[in-house]
Design a protein around this ligand. Structure first.
Ligand code: AHG
Ligand code: MN
Ligand code: MN
Length: 349
């Protein structure tokens, strides 16, 4: 009898314990576990990730009610430093990241796609020697139609005094990133991050208001069926890219997916394999994507998951930016698929 009870209870106890353990693995706890330390640096990184998560929650909350509120959707009428029309959500999300780091003592400087020059929080600078680089809303064109969006972030150590405000220390390759990741605003809100120890995903549990661990040590498949590119640019690409696209058209097993937000497209590729491309075009030989706020953070994540990110000629993480808002051609995803595109660029087949 006792034995029967035990065998009946054991499985359910196990399930409960596992479930509880899972519910308790919040983002900040996970960062500390990863670093296996309570050193000041580990505490800093954990607190930094916690603030980024708070920004994600605030942005997700606004997006979830956007259609019910005045003044949330649409354009502001301004053009940003990238020459792109600014949406109200771009401004809101940009300010949210600044707001969560004010009085945090953590971040001295924030640099974003939406700001011509870095934003300083002088009161944090004596202690918080970190810079946050970010794309507050990725996939802005999806904002007004309730489609997936993202935020992209990277953390770098601030080097030197930067008294002239030129942020010259940021003109360093992506290998200098201490942490990077993205938040995906889809049917669920997810946060994916790396601190150079693998890639881990978290899902926002709205009832708890916490990001809870979903998957640890995500590995990207070596090859996948998806190619993700804006084929509307076909006649503006170099012939080598056109040849690659002709190759996937005539080869069985490929399928196209392109959402207008690279965070969504690259998230799918991280989990299911494939390749995302934003090559240079005739009017924009460097392509569209920004090295410091988009390509380098996502390259760090994808490399950590076993994938690759290249310009077609060199690894994205080795590119030294010449200016803050530098753009760069990007080919990112499964190693085999990235190598295939590269071979078209370098050898024509
Ligand atoms: P952002 O909204 O930050 O400007 O980024 C949009 C990026 C990227 O997410 C997306 O894949 C790409 O631009 C879409 O550009 P096209 O419309 O030129 O394809
Ligand atoms: Mn973007
Ligand atoms: Mn953006």
């Amino acid at each position: 009898m006792a034995q029967a009870r035990e065998s009946l209870e054991l499985p359910s106890n196990n399930v409960t314990d596992k479930g509880l353990d899972r519910d308790c693995t919040t983002l900040s706890r996970h960062v500390l576990q990863q670093l296996q330390s309570f050193s000041p640096e580990a505490q800093d990184l954990s607190a930094l990730m916690n603030r980024i998560a708070l920004a994600g929650k605030l942005i997700a909350r606004r997006l979830s009610r956007a259609g019910l509120m005045e003044g949330v959707l649409g354009f502001t009428g301004d053009v940003n430093v990238q020459g792109e029309s600014v949406k109200k959500m771009d401004v809101y999300a940009n300010d949210v990241f600044i707001g969560v780091f004010k009085q945090s003592g953590l971040v001295c400087r924030l640099a974003s796609e939406e700001m011509e020059r870095p934003y300083y929080i002088p009161e944090n600078c004596p202690i918080g020697r970190y810079t946050l680089l970010y794309d507050p809303i990725d996939g802005s064109s999806n904002t007004d139609t309730n489609l997936s969006l993202g935020s992209i972030f990277a953390i770098r150590q601030q080097e030197g005094n930067d008294l002239d405000g030129e942020a010259l220390d940021l003109l360093a390759p992506g290998r200098k990133q201490l942490a990077a990741g993205y938040i995906l605003y889809g049917p669920s809100t997810m946060l994916i991050y790396t601190i150079g120890k693998g890639v881990h995903s978290f899902t926002l549990d709205p009832s708890l208001g916490e990001f809870i661990l979903t998957e640890e040590n995500i590995r990207i498949p070596n090859h996948g069926p998806v190619y993700s590119v804006n084929e509307g640019n076909f006649w503006q690409w170099d012939e080598s890219i056109r040849e690659y696209i002709r190759y996937v058209h005539r080869t069985e097993g490929y399928t196209a997916r392109y959402s207008g937000a690279m965070v969504s497209d690259i998230h799918r590729i991280l989990l299911q394999g494939g390749v995302f491309l934003y090559p240079g075009t005739l009017p924009k030989p460097e392509g569209k994507l920004r090295l410091l706020y988009e390509s380098a953070p996502l390259a760090f994540v994808i490399e950590q998951a076993g994938g690759r990110a290249t310009t077609g000629h060199m690894e994205i993480l080795d590119v030294v930016p010449k200016k803050l808002h530098q753009r760069v051609p990007l080919i990112i995803g499964s190693p085999k698929d990235v190598a295939k595109v590269e071979s078209f660029i370098q050898n024509g087949h």
